[in-house]
Design a protein. Structure first.
Length: 308
């Protein structure tokens, strides 16, 4: 039991069962760590703005067929290179395709690539980090040597190599980005477990004869989730930017699937006259990156143990 401030009684447990709770407020109602983290998150203005942006983009991606003015393949040469107007809010491109429709579907593509690539990175990096942190010895040595090999090459170059070998397309882009971004999650998971392995509650569980697998699943991994959640959230804008960069270089997603990066690349030769062709896709990329970055920063501040 610890007294944190006059009139406020804090009871924290490091027992092997049950979550940490505190008696908060005059009413003395128990407040969980999750509730306190959520409260700190929603007290941050930028985090709330980022959450609204992410929700808006998710709605756009989910309901793209309903809100898009036309289909992604619709083209009208008679309406080519139309500036933004009431009929075409974002204008049209050189073959008469509606830019708003392509931005909507391009946003959908970016979110699918970003979230799926991070999921692949989690599926590779977190288990390897767990194995290295728990087993140690030759397992840790092998995993860390693989990490060093990956770190020795810029991730974007490795992704470019994979895409050039396997070809473009949404699926290949997702795999290429996922297998080049797992290193951060692996190193973070390993470092968290190495720290937690020396904590008193882990040593107590080990002295009681609790199996190592149970200690890892019940006590170590839950305590390592906070930084992993932040890393995953911040990894989504990184993956979105990587997809945009690959598509900008012409080795990303192929037509007719819209890609924001490809739209920016195609607009380069017309940018002095038809400025809108590159401005709106660029704004969509920036909005997605800002939204997830704000949410990630907010989660980091809310889940930071130093804030407790």
């Amino acid at each position: 039991m610890s007294v944190s401030a006059p009139g406020r009684l804090g009871v924290e447990t490091a027992s092997l069962v049950g979550p940490v709770v505190t008696l908060d407020g005059i009413a003395g109602r128990p407040v969980s760590n999750t509730r306190r983290a959520l409260r700190r998150f929603f007290q941050q203005r930028l985090a709330v703005i980022g959450l609204i942006i992410c929700g808006f983009l998710a709605a756009v991606a989910l309901f793209a067929p309903l809100i898009a003015p036309t289909s992604i393949e619709a083209a009208n040469l008679m309406s080519a290179n139309q500036f933004p107007s009431a009929t075409y809010p974002f204008g049209t491109d050189a073959i008469g395709r509606d830019v708003l429709t392509r931005v909507i579907y391009g946003t959908r593509t970016s979110l699918v690539v970003g979230i799926s690539a991070v999921a692949i990175a989690c599926a590779i990096g977190i288990p390897l980090g767990l194995a290295a942190g728990l087993r140690g010895g030759w397992v840790d040595f092998a995993v860390m040597r693989a990490v060093e090999v990956m770190v020795a090459f810029p991730g974007i170059l490795f992704a470019m190599f994979l895409v050039s070998v396997t070809g473009g397309g949404v699926r290949n882009i997702i795999v290429a980005i996922g297998v080049t971004t797992w290193v951060t999650l692996c190193r973070l998971t390993r470092s968290q477990l190495l720290t937690l392995r020396e904590q008193e509650f882990v040593q107590a569980a080990r002295s009681l004869g609790v199996p190592e697998a149970r200690i890892a699943a019940r006590h170590m991994l839950p305590n390592a989730l906070a930084p992993l959640i932040v890393a995953v959230t911040l990894g989504i804008p990184t993956a979105i930017f990587a997809e945009a960069g690959l598509s900008f270089l012409g080795i990303g997603i192929n037509e007719p699937t819209p890609s924001l990066g490809k739209m920016v690349a195609d607009s380069a030769q017309y940018i002095r006259v038809y400025w809108y062709l590159g401005v709106f896709p660029t704004l969509a990329i920036a909005l997605a990156m800002l939204g997830f970055t704000f949410v990630g920063d907010g989660l980091r501040d809310a889940l930071d143990p130093r804030q407790n």
